[in-house]
Design a binder for this molecule. Sequence first.
Ligand code: FAD
Length: 321
Amino acid sequence: MRIRDIIEQSANEGRFRFSCEMLPPLKGDGTDGVFAAVDNIMEFEPAWIDITFHRETLSESIGADGRRERHTLRRRPGTVGISAAIRSHYGVEVVPHLICGGLSRYDIEDALIDMDFLGLHNVLALRGDKSPHEERFTPHPQGHSRAVELLRQIMDMNRGRFVDGLVDECHHSTFSAGVAGYPEVHSDALSAEEDILHLKEKVDAGADYVITQLFFDNDKFFDFRRRCREAGIEVPIIPGIKPLSTIRHLEILPATFGTGLPDDLISEVRRHAGDPAAVRAIGTEWCTAQCRGLKEAGIPVVHLYTMSRTDQIAEVLGNVM
Ligand code: FAD
């Protein structure tokens, strides 16, 4: 089922639902860890499950002959395969992510063809972050520099237009794509206004819905949604949230995701700095309150970032669903 249809169905039925994001296993791991994470949340009936896509990194080592050697590492491969495995094991809709970073248009086309054969017709189209060895995001020489270009490739494929040209008589894929949005503005954007215009470009190119970067202040989401509507973005906007679980998140979350943390949350966490269980409980309570606020405002689906750790997420869902 298309994600946009699932969202519309939840809205029409007045039913509050959640989606969540899992990571593919580390290279060498089987499916047990991810399945255990999914097991924790299945009783709450996820509307769908996203699977992240991880780009390669470069590492250097000194070879036996003393020469510097460069290796490409992909620590979490297998996004498409684990998506299909989760869908077939649990019967839940899945959304593999696909990024521009490190991939040529041909690599992307191959991944899309695999998804189509496996019956995966939903995809989240992203640019991806810069690799740790890059100063700024650098596209693959035969790839895309922005998510909107990836989205156009996906929509072209739905029309039978492949990287090397049009195929007149062919099976047409029916991908439905979502894209990312940033209530607190993406770090590369020159201004909040431009960021929204670029988001509108993705929606105009065929995106069916938007999922937001995580935030801890619901007012930031409501303000973002208002600005999107004013700019003519009419597709569903799904809020993305995550429970804070350790005191280190006070530094990590703003640095990694450009997310501001409310003063009340910071001071409450700092007051319990020596007590990890209390900090986690504060995070659970905050996330529960965010979900309740979004539910009361009539949001049909919230998207929960899990990093494949779902114990705390299950507590939040137990409080809210
Ligand atoms: P884009 O939409 O291409 O935007 C990137 C920047 O370029 C923005 O600042 C935008 O304003 C600007 N821009 C766009 N068009 C133009 C233009 N024409 N001129 C000038 N500037 C322009 N990363 C991963 O690697 N793997 C994942 O699985 C993953 N999942 C994610 C899921 C969600 C819900 C979110 C919110 C993010 C996810 N990310 C993931 C992170 C994401 O890849 C990064 O935030 C990345 O830096 C931007 O991706 P994007 O798709 O938003 O890029």
